[in-house]
Design a protein around this ligand. Structure first.
Ligand SMILES: [Zn+2]
Length: 251
């Protein structure tokens, strides 16, 4: 499977380069954890993360906020970096590396877990906010939204906004669907309770026609070599990921 994935993406990658298709839209990266003490499918090592940020920096990429993206300020040389769940290593390990390159990120917090062991503290959030980081909601308890009744969905989507606004002492304008799962009802609720936009895990870049409530992201995996990362940035994995999501019947 890994070999197939690699060769398929190579064909697309070299094809794209051959055609010299300029990348349209702004890519948004999705990370969870960055550290060197854990090895699992959510954790990218600090070495890999630093190499990836260095590559982006050397290529002339600049990070922009979600607000700027939605205001149409993004272009092919901009990038949005996101972290899901709000793990403490985002502050301890990723933040220093991001700062080194003058990058900022958007962190989607699971409201109930904040200020608990392994997750961001109020102080971490304050410090990162002062450096231009954004904080969004990733629900209260990270449920599978599709399995919840409407009132529970509302509580997770709206309740988390209020909790995180209390914690960050700031407006929380963005939402991110846990597991990348959404249905019509969840999307409608996210709009209704006042979020300005929401991230999915649908692959691709975000161009002028982007759906503000189903923004596309590119997931970075711990197994990605720097070459894989470059291919992902060029969109070479998008088709493959769309196919995989379809096979898993997952949006
Ligand atoms: Zn999550």
């Amino acid at each position: 499977m890994k070999a197939l994935r690699s060769s398929l993406s190579s064909v697309v990658y070299h094809g794209t380069r051959l055609l010299d298709r300029k990348q349209k839209g702004t890519r948004m990266l999705c990370y969870h954890r960055v550290n060197d003490s854990e090895k699992n499918y959510l954790t990218v090592s600090t070495r890999h993360f630093r190499d990836q940020m260095k590559f982006l920096f050397n290529e002339g990429y600049q990070t922009i906020s979600l607000s700027s993206l939605l205001a149409g300020e993004g272009n092919g040389r901009n990038i949005v970096i996101t972290f899901d769940d709000g793990f403490r290593d985002n502050f301890e390990c990723a933040y220093p590396i991001l700062k080194e390159f003058g990058f900022r990120a958007t962190i989607f917090c699971v409201a109930d877990r904040m200020n608990t062991e392994g997750y961001l503290t109020r102080q971490d959030i304050q410090e990162m906010r002062a450096s231009g980081f954004e904080f969004g909601s990733h629900t209260i308890s990270h449920p599978h939204l599709l399995r919840l009744k409407a009132d529970k969905k509302w509580q997770e989507i709206f309740g988390s906004k209020k909790m995180l606004e209390d914690l960050t002492q700031n407006r929380v304008d963005f939402f991110c669907y846990p597991y990348g799962e959404y249905d019509k009802e969840s999307v409608a609720l996210v709009k209704k309770v006042g979020y300005l936009g929401a991230c999915s895990n649908n692959p691709g870049a975000n161009d002028g026609k982007m759906d503000h409530y189903l923004l596309k992201r590119t997931e970075v995996s711990p197994d990605d070599s720097l070459n894989d990362f470059k291919k992902k940035m060029a969109g070479a994995f998008d088709l493959l990921h769309r196919g995989l999501h379809w096979v898993r019947r997952r949006p």
